[in-house]
Design a protein around this ligand. Structure first.
Ligand SMILES: Cc1cc2nc3c(=O)[nH]c(=O)nc-3n(C[C@H](O)[C@H](O)[C@H](O)COP(=O)(O)OP(=O)(O)OC[C@H]3O[C@@H](n4cnc5c(N)ncnc54)[C@H](O)[C@@H]3O)c2cc1C
Length: 280
């Protein structure tokens, strides 16, 4: 295996365009990749360690929101006043993300490119309608996150591309993130959701919910939110509508049935806490 450590973005993009795609892997924090190689996954011919690329670092407030460099670590996001103030659901997901050693290495682009339905930053990023700036030697394009993630572990990343940054629009209303894991710390989500809402005179005027680890990709619970905003108050109907938008599976962490039930209960409870009228 050959390891490359480019210091400039141009050099990195040259490598990505010249090396054979099927045998080349980008390494960022390594917290997803390294455990897989330790468990016996075949090493690639070419490994490009991108951690020295200064262009992919940091969080910038922009006219329309924020731009987060792909190499920004989860811990940097957790310490960011801007993320805490303007994107609380994303900030809360970083609070509940692994332990401090992993958070110091794990990057936001790594969490996205890994495309796990249980990736904790994904429900908030979907909720905020994040876009990705993808760069290659020959082009730069911006696409919606939901068009980038195609399925578990699958993306629409093209030959020679890397995730340069994550673009967040300015967000209105309040938002939050909830994660259910098997333990308090270092646990992958059994289910998670992110919720954004606006209220006026105690009434909900806007509501969006995204849920993770309950389908091949993050899902918007649009059937539920449309019904709640139209005045539906029956929690049995709410849970049935949630069921329409999700497709959970059985795995080592939980059964599909448990995921369906627990997500319905958590969201019902959350909406009640927001003062939404609910009848059993
Ligand atoms: C003990 C432990 C606990 C964990 N806990 C959590 C948790 O609580 N929540 C959670 O969501 N995840 C968790 N993870 C998973 C992991 O930490 C995250 O998915 C992390 O964000 C991956 O980022 P990374 O920089 O380490 O990615 P890497 O392992 O370096 O790469 C992951 C994938 O992303 C690609 N990639 C990386 N950067 C780019 C880029 N800029 N452009 C294009 N492709 C890129 C790589 O080629 C690879 O395919 C945990 C992992 C471990 C080992």
């Amino acid at each position: 295996m050959k390891i490359y450590q480019p210091y400039g973005l141009g050099d990195c993009l040259d490598l990505l365009s010249e090396l054979p795609q099927a045998e080349t892997v980008i390494l960022a924090g390594g917290t997803d990749l390294m455990p897989r190689y330790e468990q016996g996954k075949v090493l690639p011919e070419h490994l490009i360690n991108i951690k020295h690329l200064a262009d992919l670092q940091g969080i910038t407030e922009t006219e329309n929101g924020a731009e987060i460099g792909g190499l920004t670590t989860i811990e940097t996001l957790r310490r960011s006043g801007l993320i805490h103030r303007d994107y609380p659901a994303l900030w809360q997901s970083t609070e509940q993300f692994a332990g401090v050693q992993i958070r110091n290495r794990a990057t936001l682009a790594g969490n996205i490119a890994n495309a796990s339905p249980a990736g904790d930053t994904l429900s908030p990023l979907y909720l905020y309608h994040a876009k990705l700036k993808l760069m290659s030697r020959h082009a730069t394009r911006t696409i919606r996150l939901e068009d980038f993630i195609a399925g578990p572990g699958e993306t629409t990343q093209e030959r020679g591309e890397l995730i340069h940054s994550i673009i967040l629009p300015r967000v209105t209303g309040s938002s939050c993130f909830y994660k259910l894991g098997l333990r308090e710390a270092m646990a992958i989500s059994v289910v998670n959701y992110a919720l954004r809402y606006s209220q006026s005179a105690g009434e909900l005027t806007d509501l969006e919910i995204t849920a993770g680890a309950v389908a091949p990709t993050i899902v918007f619970l649009d059937a539920l939110t449309t019904a709640v905003l139209s005045g539906e108050t029956n929690s049995t109907v709410w849970r049935a509508l949630i069921g329409q938008d999700i497709a959970p599976i059985d795995d080592i962490r939980a059964s599909a049935d448990y995921r369906r039930k627990v997500l319905g209960r958590l969201i019902t409870h959350h909406l009640q806490n927001l003062g939404v009228v609910c009848h059993e």
